[in-house]
Each structure stands twice: as C-alpha cells, then as structure tokens.
Ligand binder design. Structure first.
Ligand code: NAG
Ligand code: NAG
Ligand code: NAG
Ligand code: NAG
Ligand code: NAG
Ligand code: NAG
Ligand code: NAG
Ligand code: NAG
Ligand code: NAG
Ligand code: NAG
Length: 503
C-alpha cells in the first residue's frame, strides 16, 4: 500500500518535473543570411528536469490532396540554464534556479513547405504518453502579404493585472486562428526575468505560451531583461535568436540579429550600453559596423526584399520629462540615424516608454523631408518612428501620455499592439489597436514607390552608362589594336579594363 502510494507519488513528481512549459516558436536560420534549410522553425520548451530523450514531436500536415500527413521527430537539443552556477561566485546574490531548454529545429526534411504552410504539432512524452497540443504554426510565406504583430513592455505579474487585456486579446487572435507571420517584441518582459530567483521569468514563460506556441516570438533586448549581472543570461538562453558568431567578443555579446520574412528585412539591435552611457570597452563602432554590413547586404537584395524595418527597445525621439535618453538619444544614436538615411530604412520600432506614439520622420532633432496625403506617407528621407510600449506592465507609469513635441503625430495611453501588413513591394499598412475593445485608433500607409522607381531608373541609367562605356572601350580597343597589333598591348588593355571594373 505504502509502496504503491510511493510509486504513485514518484510518478506524479516525475511527470511534473518533465512537464513541458513555456512552449514557444522562433524563426530559424533559414530566415537569416545563412538560409539554413534545416532550421526553418524552432519549437522550444522547458522542463524542470533534464528528461533526456523523452520527447517526440509529431507534425501533422494537411496536404492539398486532403490527405493528412504525420511525421515524427525524435532529435532535439537540450541546454541547461544553471543560474545557481552563473551567480555562484557572487556573494550578493542567492540564485538557486535551474531549467532545461529543449529545441526542436524543423527543417525542410520534416515539412513539406511546397505543399502546405500550416502545421499542427504535438509534443508527446515517451515515458507516460502524455500529449501536449496540438498547437499550430504557419511557415511565413514569401509570396503574398505579410502580417506582423508588434508590442513590448509587458509583464504577467497578476498583481495589478495591467497586461491582462493584452493577454486576452492575443488569446482571442489565436482562438480565431488569425495568421501572423511573427511577433516583434520591443523589449522588457516580466519585470524582471531574473527577479525572485528567476521565478518571474519562469512564470512569464508559462504565461506567454498562449500566443508564443502559435506565433514566432522575436524579441528585442530590453533594459529590464538584462538580469542581475547585466549579461542577459536568462534572456539569451530562453529567447536566443539568430546571432552570428563572428561578432562575438569578450565585451560585446553580439545582441544583433536580422532576418527576412517575405518582403521585409528585419534588423534588431541592442544599444543599451550606448544609451546608458556605460560603454567602457567602446563597443559602439562594432555595432555600427555590423549594422552597416547588414544594410549593405539588405540593400543589394532590395529588388526581392524591398522593406527594411529596424527594431530595438530604445526610441530616438520621446518626451518623458527630464529623461536623458529622450533628450539625447538622437546624439547617442546619430551614427545609426546616418545609416537609416543612407540605406533608406522604412520604419523604426521601439518600446521603453509605456505608451503608443507615432512620430514624423525626424533626423538630428529636426523634421526630415517627407510627403503626406491623407494617411499615406511617401518620399520620406528618414524612417517613420513608432513606439509600441503599451502592452501593459505593473512597473513604472501607467496609462500616460507625455508632453507634446513637434515630432509627435499621435500618442495614446491605452494598452495596445501594432499590426503591420506588407501589402506589396510599395505599400505597407500600419495599424495600432486598443486591446480592450479591439478598436483601431491609428492607421497609416507607407508608400515607397518613389524609391522603387528612382532606384530602378538609377539602375537603368547605370547599366546604360556601363553599356555606353563598354562600347567606347571596345571601339577604342579595336582602333588601338588595329594600330599596334600585338599581344603585349592586348594584355595591357585587359589590365586597364580590369582596373576600371574594380574602381
Ligand atoms: C489541427 O488541430 C486542430 C485543433 O485540434 C484541428 O481542428 C485540425 O483538424 C488539426 N489539423 C490537422 C491538419 O491536423
Ligand atoms: C484540410 O484542408 C481542407 C481544405 O483547406 C479542409 O477542408 C479540411 O477540413 C482540412 N482538414 C483538416 C483535418 O484540417
Ligand atoms: C548547477 O550549479 C550548481 C553550482 O555550481 C551545482 O551545484 C549544480 O550541480 C548544478 N546543476 C546541474 C544540474 O548541473
Ligand atoms: C544566501 O543563502 C544562505 C543560505 O540560505 C544564507 O546563509 C545567506 O545569508 C544568503 N545570502 C544572501 C546575500 O542573501
Ligand atoms: C502566470 O504567471 C503567474 C504569476 O505571474 C502565475 O501565478 C501563473 O501560474 C502563471 N500561469 C501559468 C499557466 O503558469
Ligand atoms: C540581484 O539579486 C539580489 C538578490 O537576489 C537582489 O537583492 C538585488 O537587488 C539584485 N540586483 C539587481 C541589480 O537586480
Ligand atoms: C553581483 O551582483 C551584484 C548585484 O546583485 C551586481 O551588481 C554585480 O555586478 C554582480 N557581480 C558579478 C561578478 O556578476
Ligand atoms: C531638439 O529640438 C527641440 C525642439 O523640438 C528643442 O527644444 C531642443 O532643445 C532640441 N535639442 C537639442 C539638443 O538641440
Ligand atoms: C490602465 O488602463 C487599463 C485599461 O486599458 C485599466 O484596466 C487599468 O486599471 C488602468 N490602470 C491605471 C493605473 O489607471
Ligand atoms: C500595392 O498595394 C496598394 C494598396 O493596396 C495598391 O494601391 C497598389 O496598387 C498595389 N501595387 C501593386 C503594384 O500591386
């Protein structure tokens, strides 16, 4: 009898310790420059214990032939996040938190992206046959329009329930099977991830799986995410996204990542050390260089991926009184502003201020040229800037707007989220929704057709000049050749043409 109860109890603890929680999706390196076809979608979850080789992932796919195809995956990566160890030598902290993070990487070997883009997935325990799911994901399609959710500054501390209306709204979108290609989270979650011995972050993971099990969650690094030692340990391990190793240095942990979804190139960067004036190792030039190199590549790919959206936690223009960042970010981040102008970035999204705010295109604290007819903004020389920091948090100021300023187009204090719809290569639609009543309270279009036509005609002109130049060159060569008729001379001319091409 006692023995039976013991076994029962053991079984119970075992299944609890191995119960998946915090189920979440991320876009894999198929969407970064690596274009890795074995890493399209990542399905990630945590368990309290290691639970080695215990899980199977089952994918169900609805083929166009109306046949249901089921495939199973048994391989996943497991990573231990041992906060006890990380803070072991720190006498001022007392962490005793461990969690195991499991990652299934779904690649083209497992899914048939040609035939269908929606998949159901179920996590199955081999030990007790418990099933978790079915959940669902969509592979972002490259051809038709894209829809993206954007929000930030959100907790799940059910004390003042400030984020409850946003959670409810998101849950409803999932219930209605709305399709979003990804969530851009503009930073600051759980307030703070490592508070209360990381229980805050652990609860947050459990709570967000309502919507992160359905939509990929691509998070920017917020100042409330950086943890007790400012190394973002909990954040990196649990929300780790598409870092590229070559920029990792001792003092710069490579927070930068970028990815393409359909017609948009997204760039996330983390200037925390710059805006808090705490950059003893001067990593700023490294982030600027990384951003520049990324934008060069993105611009070369512009015919295919015309839109460029930069997101981060920190706004460049805001009006929180006496706030150093609101006053000076345009100076601190001026090297980035210059890149946005040079490479014609379309949209700059941030959080940090707990409100919704849409700004005019602004550059170095002054209006940048743009045209607006009704709700259509075009010929902008600088990105439109939007603050989406109103998802709800118990921390800091609530339901506020801030003093007006020449750059502010609209502010709204109510909890809400942004929805970006990329209609086609020239038109992007942005809407801000108040979550409590699902009302759209702000809506604009970006029209980049002027850039498209100028870059096209520029391209055309350039190619005409090249052809013209080549014609002259060929004529020159043939005349020269006719006069001199020798192999040595021919070699020299080839040398000259080569230099010309390079310059
Ligand atoms: C996916 O799951 C939903 C909800 O359980 C179900 O209605 C649907 O039939 C499933 N589709 C496939 C393709 O398995
Ligand atoms: C599969 O897709 C077809 C067509 O879209 C739909 O009618 C059917 O209900 C789906 N079946 C399941 C099991 O999801
Ligand atoms: C986590 O780190 C602590 C402190 O170093 C150590 O005692 C513990 O065994 C570690 N846990 C695991 C599962 O390795
Ligand atoms: C950490 O925990 C130990 C044991 O519970 C306790 O003796 C010590 O005072 C704690 N240290 C701090 C800084 O809270
Ligand atoms: C959500 O977080 C709260 C505390 O912030 C916690 O009490 C609750 O259990 C969490 N929800 C789930 C489903 O774990
Ligand atoms: C670090 O954690 C300790 C205890 O866990 C807490 O007292 C302290 O405020 C934390 N410091 C920071 C900077 O979060
Ligand atoms: C130890 O923790 C304190 C705050 O709790 C923090 O200021 C300090 O940077 C930490 N030291 C290390 C080496 O992580
Ligand atoms: C930026 O412009 C505002 C007016 O919009 C002005 O009040 C402020 O002094 C300017 N800041 C600097 C540093 O020039
Ligand atoms: C902020 O607004 C939400 C509704 O969006 C409301 O539930 C909450 O009570 C308000 N909070 C405060 C502090 O006014
Ligand atoms: C792009 O979408 C906009 C808005 O729906 C539309 O007015 C425009 O004609 C479309 N352009 C092309 C090339 O389809």
């Amino acid at each position: 009898m006692v023995f039976n109860i013991l076994i029962l109890l053991l079984g119970l603890t075992y299944s609890q310790e191995c119960q998946p929680y915090g189920i979440r999706l991320f876009l894999g390196h198929y969407f970064s420059y690596l274009r890795n076809t074995q890493d399209v979608i990542r399905i990630v979850f945590n368990t309290k214990q290691e639970c080695k080789e215990q899980f199977i992932l089952e994918l169900q796919e609805n083929l166009s032939s109306e046949k249901l195809m089921i495939s199973s995956m048994t391989y996943y990566e497991t990573q231990l996040l041992n906060m006890t160890k990380i803070y072991e030598k720190n006498l001022t902290t007392n962490f005793t938190y461990e969690t195991y993070i499991h990652t299934f990487k779904i690649g083209f070997g497992n899914i048939n992206i040609e035939d269908s883009t929606s998949y159901n997935y179920t996590i199955i325990s081999k030990v007790n046959s418990n099933q978790y799911g079915p959940y669902k994901f969509d592979v972002p399609m490259s051809e038709s329009e894209q829809k993206i959710l954007v929000f930030g500054d959100m907790d799940s501390n059910w004390v003042q329930f400030q984020s409850k209306d946003t959670f409810d709204w998101l849950e409803n979108e999932v219930k209605q099977d709305k399709r979003y290609d990804t969530i851009l989270f503009t930073g600051d979650m759980a307030y703070d991830l490592e508070s209360k011995n990381c229980q805050q972050g652990d609860n947050w993971l459990r709570n967000i799986s309502t919507f992160t099990s359905r939509y990929p969650f691509m998070a920017a690094f917020g100042n409330h995410d950086w943890g007790n030692n400012t190394f973002f340990d909990f954040f990196r391990a649990n929300f780790g996204t598409l870092y590229l190793k070559e920029y990792n240095t001792e003092h710069y942990l490579n927070d930068f990542f970028s990815f393409d979804v359909g017609m948009v190139h997204f760039i996330q960067f983390n200037p925390i050390k710059i805006v808090y004036k705490n950059d003893p190792y001067n990593i700023t030039p490294l982030i600027v260089e990384q951003m520049r190199n990324d934008l060069i590549l993105a611009n070369q790919n512009r015919a295919k991926v015309p839109w460029i959206i930069v997101y981060t936690h920190y706004p460049i223009y805001c009006t929180v009184p006496k706030n150093d960042q609101c006053i000076n970010n345009f100076k601190y981040l001026s090297a980035f502003e210059d890149l946005f102008v040079e490479f014609k970035v379309d949209l700059y999204l941030s959080g940090h201020v707990h409100t919704y705010q849409r700004n005019k295109p602004y550059y170095q604290n002054a209006t940048a040229n743009y045209e607006q007819i009704d709700d259509v903004i075009s010929q902008y020389k600088y990105p439109v800037q939007i603050i989406e920091g109103a998802a709800g948090t118990d921390y800091g100021e609530q339901n506020q707007t801030y003093p007006d300023a020449p750059f502010i187009e609209i502010q709204n204090p109510d909890h809400g989220v942004g929805i970006i719809t990329i209609k086609n290569s020239t038109h992007l639609h942005f809407q801000h929704v108040t979550v409590s009543n699902n009302k759209i309270i702000d809506s604009i279009w970006l029209d980049r057709s002027s850039y498209q036509s100028t870059s096209k005609s520029q391209g055309f002109e350039i190619s005409m000049w090249i052809i013209f130049g080549l014609l002259i060159l060929i004529t020159g060569i043939s005349i020269y050749f006719k006069i001199h008729q020798g192999k040595r001379v021919k070699k020299n001319i080839l040398g000259d043409t080569l230099t010309m091409v390079v310059s």
